[in-house]
Design a protein around this ligand. Structure first.
Ligand SMILES: Cc1ncc(COP(=O)(O)O)c(C=O)c1O
Length: 448
């Protein structure tokens, strides 16, 4: 029966999918609504995909089929400028030729071999993450890496390592401090330190001992931290989902000192803001060593779209861990690690990082102009590098802007605090920035 069902399902889509014709026209001057229910897209979504997929995402009628660089294409052969890069993931653009070749080459050698043995790419990636971090002003005591498969999993490892560290001092030292508006993932540990009632309440009770402080308010942390109970503080140096909010440098310096005074580990979640997105290798590379963390969590850009995560720690944390404390079947698999090594090598490069800063300046100039043209609606331009946001007044319908942009051929996403979030590929060409910003400007005007 199952075989029969699968066969039916597998056969069906081919009847819906139009052969791809490479005659992409740029629909930037005309607004074209999302594909209708009777289109190939509508039929695929309603008959093949939606009835069989869990309902955890609300999506428009848009089926993406392929991309190149900072452009992406759908089943109706429509072309979009991509300011989302798969939510800060495809840092070197879609269908990057060098990565495609690396994948093919590694796939023909070894995809997987388990963590019961060493493999070359995983060792090289761990080595590169540590050495390049030190070379590019990152975590000064970086020493070792745990490889895994996603952001939430990288945070899960960080929380477990912190608990092990705390409990090695005292059995009651297992509590965490997190921050308002932060986002750390959806598995139970990461969710427990993501204080958003919409995400947490359906799944409570969560892990015990999590306290929520206010970013940029050191007194709120002082009121919660306890030398005998707190094992770690977790924070995004630039909040992504929460609204593209960079945290103040002085606050992070004070936070580091407070953690040291209380023998508490400091975890920086750089899953979204790390790996060149801020214009330096790490968002914390902008800070002095007096604000460096004990653990950094990494994912998204590390695989350019291939699932991967990493938790980088200092020797102090390593000292609390033993064989068997944590593990994962796919972590450090040769294919993901090959891509990760290539990405680290490519991004940890002064010339590459300086062009991210140049592109950021171009974006910020355009966004400032848009904000000046809409003083009633746009409260501020915020962010750093190529993690940027336009915060609108609370009653402005930003979903309408997202929809209008899509109709004109631009993909953008939202974040907390009624913010439109822009997270393009780090190598986005200048002409794509200009095209995208002009669509954004027009779409805001038409969304009032
Ligand atoms: C800062 C941050 N931490 C953690 C995560 C979770 O990563 P993943 O979706 O790969 O589990 C995200 C995802 O958006 C993120 O932005």
């Amino acid at each position: 029966m199952l075989r029969y069902c699968n066969k039916q399902l597998l056969r069906k889509p081919t009847t819906f999918i139009k052969p791809v014709v490479f005659n992409f026209s740029s629909p930037y001057s005309t607004s074209i609504p999302d594909a209708s229910e009777s289109s190939h897209t509508g039929e695929f979504v309603n008959s093949i995909s939606k009835p069989y997929s869990v309902t955890t995402y609300a999506r428009p009628n848009l089926v993406l089929t392929h991309g190149k660089g900072s452009y992406i294409y759908d089943l109706e052969n429509r072309k979009y400028v991509d300011f989302t890069s798969g939510i800060a993931v495809t840092c070197l653009g879609h269908a990057n030729d060098e990565i495609t070749n690396l994948i093919a080459d590694q796939a023909s050698k070894l995809l997987h071999c388990s963590n019961l043995y060493y493999n070359l790419p995983a060792g090289e990636l761990a080595n590169k993450l540590v050495t390049k971090t030190k070379e590019f002003d990152g975590m000064k005591d970086a020493s070792r890496v745990f490889l895994c498969n996603s952001g939430t999993e990288a945070n899960e490892a960080a929380l477990k390592f912190a608990r092990k560290y705390g409990k090695s001092k005292n059995p009651d030292k297992y509590e965490f401090i997190t921050f308002e508006n932060s986002f750390h993932g959806r598995t139970m540990g990461a969710l427990s330190v993501t204080p958003n009632p919409k995400y947490q309440e359906p799944f409570s009770p969560l892990i015990p001992g999590v306290h929520v402080a206010k970013p940029n308010d050191i007194d709120s942390v002082k009121a919660l931290i306890n030398k005998d109970k707190t094992c770690a503080v977790i924070i995004e140096p630039i909040q992504g989902e929460g609204g593209v909010n960079p945290v103040d440098t002085e606050f992070l310096v004070e936070l580091r000192k407070l953690c040291d005074d209380n023998d508490v580990l400091l975890i920086y979640d750089e899953i979204q803001c790390g790996l060149g997105r801020s214009g330096k290798l790490w968002a914390h590379s902008w800070l002095g060593p007096d604000a460096h963390p004990d653990i950094v969590t990494i994912a998204k850009a590390l695989g350019n779209g291939f699932p991967i995560g990493a938790t980088m720690i200092t020797e102090k944390v390593e000292g609390a861990l033993s064989v068997g404390d944590h593990g994962t079947t796919y972590g450090g698999n040769p294919l993901a690690s090959t891509i990760g090594s290539f990405i680290v090598e490519k991004i940890a490069d002064e010339a590459f990082l300086s062009q991210v800063q140049d592109k950021s300046a171009k974006f910020i100039e355009g966004l400032n102009e848009i904000a000046e043209e809409n003083p009633e609606d746009i409260l501020k331009v915020k962010g750093k590098g190529l993690l940027l946001g336009l915060q609108f007044r609370p009653d402005f319908d930003i979903n309408k802007v997202v929809e209008k942009c899509r109709e004109y051929g631009l993909l953008v996403i939202t974040a907390g605090m009624n913010t439109i979030r822009l997270v393009p590929a780090l190598n986005i060409p200048d002409e794509a920035i200009t095209e995208g910003l002009s669509i954004l400007r027009k779409s805001i005007k038409e969304s009032k």
